[in-house]
Ligand binder design. Structure first.
Ligand SMILES: NC(=O)c1ccc[n+]([C@@H]2O[C@H](COP(=O)([O-])OP(=O)(O)OC[C@H]3O[C@@H](n4cnc5c(N)ncnc54)[C@H](O)[C@@H]3O)[C@@H](O)[C@H]2O)c1
Length: 250
């Protein structure tokens, strides 16, 4: 089913998974606003989206800043109109120095929770009441397989990504009666700039634990997002889909 006539917003769309998802939603027929702090990356995504013949609105924004989020969504609504699909994808696990919780400080903790959880709730706040009024909406959140696993020195990230799943399910429960759905995609190790910046040894080791024996391509995550965004997924809400090559079986 086509997304023709609908507007989608994808955050963290300047590279990696967000770029692939934004392009896929445009291929599915949507006009797409792409939000990111990286303007150069947004330009690259814009070119790919415009090749589909659909409209693209790049908006440079620091999602750690609530006032900036509000103004970014004002721009989207002015330029494109009503938002039917929001994909909260921005996030990341990189930080200066891997520190376990006992060694972490408030700044690191706040940064990871804001980047991977709070800003997604702030973006959702900008569109949810209008989705309710329209009696139609699709919220899709990028969580992670790390919501179900542990990794030494990543307590902040796993906590945030598990929190994002809890937000997805509670929101789905609250807004379901208005035909607004909320679902999450949980990628495994995916070949993106984020993954490529991880220590090489850690990445190589991960292969041995993945039944499919390889990392995901961003387009494989986008396929799941496309499903959740589609009108056909109208009876699917409060769910998460692990796209992790079977790794969580271990
Ligand atoms: N790559 C993986 O292996 C993997 C696995 C599981 C989950 N994820 C999740 O997938 C999502 C996308 O990750 P990716 O691998 O494509 O990484 P990526 O680094 O390629 O993309 C993340 C994007 O978020 C943007 N961003 C970061 N901070 C921002 C801020 N303050 N304001 C606005 N934009 C900001 C970056 O500029 C970047 O374009 C993240 O939520 C990540 O946690 C990734």
């Amino acid at each position: 089913m086509s997304l023709e006539g609908m507007n989608a917003v994808v955050t963290g769309a300047a590279s990696g998974i967000g770029r692939a998802c934004a392009v896929r939603l445009a291929q599915d027929g949507a006009d797409v606003a792409i939000l990111d702090i990286n303007s150069d990356g947004l330009e690259g995504t814009r070119r790919l989206i415009e090749e589909t013949g659909n409209r693209c609105l790049p908006v440079t924004v620091d999602l750690l800043d609530r006032t900036a989020i509000r103004s970014a969504f004002d721009t989207v609504k002015e330029e494109l109109g009503h938002v039917a699909i929001l994909h909260n994808n921005a996030g990341g696990s990189l930080r200066e120095g891997i520190r376990t919780f006992p060694k972490s400080d408030y700044d690191q903790w706040d940064y990871m929770l804001t980047l991977n959880l709070r800003q997604a709730t702030d973006c959702t706040r900008e569109v949810i009441n209008e989705m309710i009024a329209a009696k139609y909406g699709r919220i899709i959140n990028t969580s992670s397989e790390m919501a179900f696993r542990t990794n030494f020195g990543m307590t902040d990230y796993t906590t945030a990504k598990a929190g994002l799943l809890a937000f997805t399910r509670s929101l789905a429960n609250e807004v379901g009666r208005y035909q607004v759905t909320a679902n999450a995609v949980c990628p495994g190790v995916t070949r993106t700039p984020l993954a490529e910046a991880m220590p090489k040894a850690h990445m190589e080791q991960s292969l041995a634990t993945i039944p499919l024996g390889r990392w995901a391509e961003p387009e494989e995550i986008a396929h799941a997002v496309s499903f959740f965004a589609s009108p056909g997924a109208s009876y699917v809400t409060g769910e998460y889909l692990l796209v992790a090559g079977g790794r969580t079986m271990h």
